[in-house]
Design a protein around this ligand. Structure first.
Ligand code: UD1
Length: 422
């Protein structure tokens, strides 16, 4: 098994290119199922989750080819050979549920394995099912699978999400593009990945209005065509690398970064004493003098502070002057990085969905265990500022969401290497 070794660092300096968004790409790829013409995605990230989605789409009969550099995906679903998303693939990645809406819309039926629990809480899929039911789909849960059907085709409907869900909004949005009549999704997610999906679907011929606001209106069309679409910048990778100079000191420019994708996060960095500026090429972050100030953070749906940056922000606040309170409002059980950070000398109390972090002067390197994707990168960030050596085990979590992390951080002066067999 591979591990990443990080040695405590001085100031960082240089540029880090930010990839296309994993979470956007994972919802754009299933959109191929809506059309018999090719969908080309450019600026795709090179990650194991993208390979898992490729495998899933291929199991349904889609053809997926990738350019040599892995950044362009050409997906074609001229004929589908199956409507069943098997447990063996779905259990590896929750985003597999995103084939449900497109399969139902195109084929009038789908059988998708229930994803099951995962390391950051129960994460049910009831809202995905209820939104599709509002479009006339019938759902039955049997043998660990959702058996969905819409014999006469999906029909436009009105659905108000009781809580904001990114994935359920995406599933409903895709399905509604081919439903008969008009669908209105209320209390929809407003994440940039939703806006990106709507833009791609519109390029394919869909009629959508209101993406990025709380209400999305979709007028169903008879068919969708092919399109070429660039995947939006990964705001979570951006925020993660913005924290590297914030933690270690120095100045780093994140190429392709956009402050509007991480507004609430930038406000917290500013309050913590970190300088952030939009440049022509990306986002420049620096901490050249002065320490890190404590700030309170509450995770919320977009445009609020993203839950996917909570673990990394905690790594920064471990070394702040004063006490910070982090409240996790999206997922239960998403503080599993806290005990690992404490093994490095952090002073953290977790009680329910609240973590109280009392800043310490210095963390100390230690062997630590990554428990999920964002937790693993928070341990790398903490290791960059710790005294001595930090060994992060179970890095397969990291490879799901961060491409070439050692190279990207190494190029700005971080002491980081991947080793096998630890
Ligand atoms: C997506 C992102 C994930 C991010 C999350 C929140 C992808 C592939 N993943 O996950 O990285 O952390 O948004 O920004 O894009 N919920 C229900 N019933 C449902 C669906 C969700 O109760 O049917 C709850 C969840 O348990 C959670 C909340 O709604 O408490 C938000 O989850 P959701 O926005 O759906 O997250 P994902 O789409 O799974």
């Amino acid at each position: 098994m591979e591990s990443i070794i990080v040695r405590g660092n001085g100031a960082l300096s240089g540029q880090i290119p930010i990839a296309g968004a994993k979470n956007a790409c994972l919802t754009l790829m299933p959109a191929t199922l809506l059309s018999d013409e090719p969908l080309t995605l450019t600026n795709a990230p090179r990650l194991s989750d993208i390979r898992t989605m490729t495998e899933l789409l291929q199991s349904l009969g889609a053809e997926v080819s990738t350019t040599q550099d892995g950044q362009v995906l050409v997906l074609s679903s001229q004929k589908l050979s199956s409507t069943r998303a098997d447990y063996d693939i779905v259990r590896k990645m929750r985003a597999s549920i995103l084939v449900l809406g497109p399969l139902l819309a195109r084929e009038g039926r789908a059988e998708v394995s229930l994803p099951g629990g995962c390391a950051i809480g129960a994460r049910p899929v009831d809202l995905h099912l209820r939104a599709l039911e509002a479009m006339g789909a019938e759902m039955e849960l049997r043998d660990g699978y959702v058996h969905a059907s819409a014999p006469g085709g999906l029909k436009g409907g009105v659905f108000e999400f009781p809580t904001v869900s990114v994935g359920a909004t995406e599933n409903a949005l895709m399905a509604a593009t081919l439903a008969k009549g008009t669908t209105v999704l209320k209390n929809a997610a407003r994440e940039p990945e939703i806006v990106d999906l709507a833009q791609c679907l519109r390029r394919m011929g869909a009629r959508i209005a209101g993406e990025g606001s709380r209400t999305i209106t979709i007028e169903g069309v008879d068919r969708l065509g092919g399109a070429t679409h660039p995947v939006v910048t990964d705001r979570i990778e951006l925020g993660t690398y913005m924290l590297a100079p914030a933690i270690c000191g120095g100045e780093v420019e994140c190429l392709g970064g956009r402050i509007d994708l991480v507004g609430a996060f930038c406000e917290k960095l500013d309050a913590a004493g970190i300088s952030v500026a939009q440049t022509g090429a990306g986002v420049k972050v620096s901490r050249t003098n002065g320490g890190i100030r404590a700030v309170d953070v509450t995770t919320e749906p977009f445009p609020g502070f993203p839950t996917d940056l909570q673990a990394q922000m905690m790594a920064l606040l471990c070394m702040a002057e004063g006490t910070s309170v982090l409240e996790e409002k999206i997922f239960e059980n998403r503080f599993m990085h806290a005990p690992e950070l404490m093994r490095m000398g952090a002073d953290i109390d977790v009680s329910g969905g609240t973590a109280t972090v009392r800043g310490v002067e210095r963390l100390k390197g230690a062997p630590v265990m990554a428990t999920d994707l964002r937790a693993s990168v928070s341990l790398i960030l903490a290791g960059l500022a710790a005294e001595g050596e930090t060994i992060v085990n179970r890095v397969y979590h990291l490879d799901r969401g961060y491409e070439r992390v050692e190279e990207k951080l190494g190029n700005v002066g971080a002491h980081i290497e991947r080793v096998s067999g630890q």
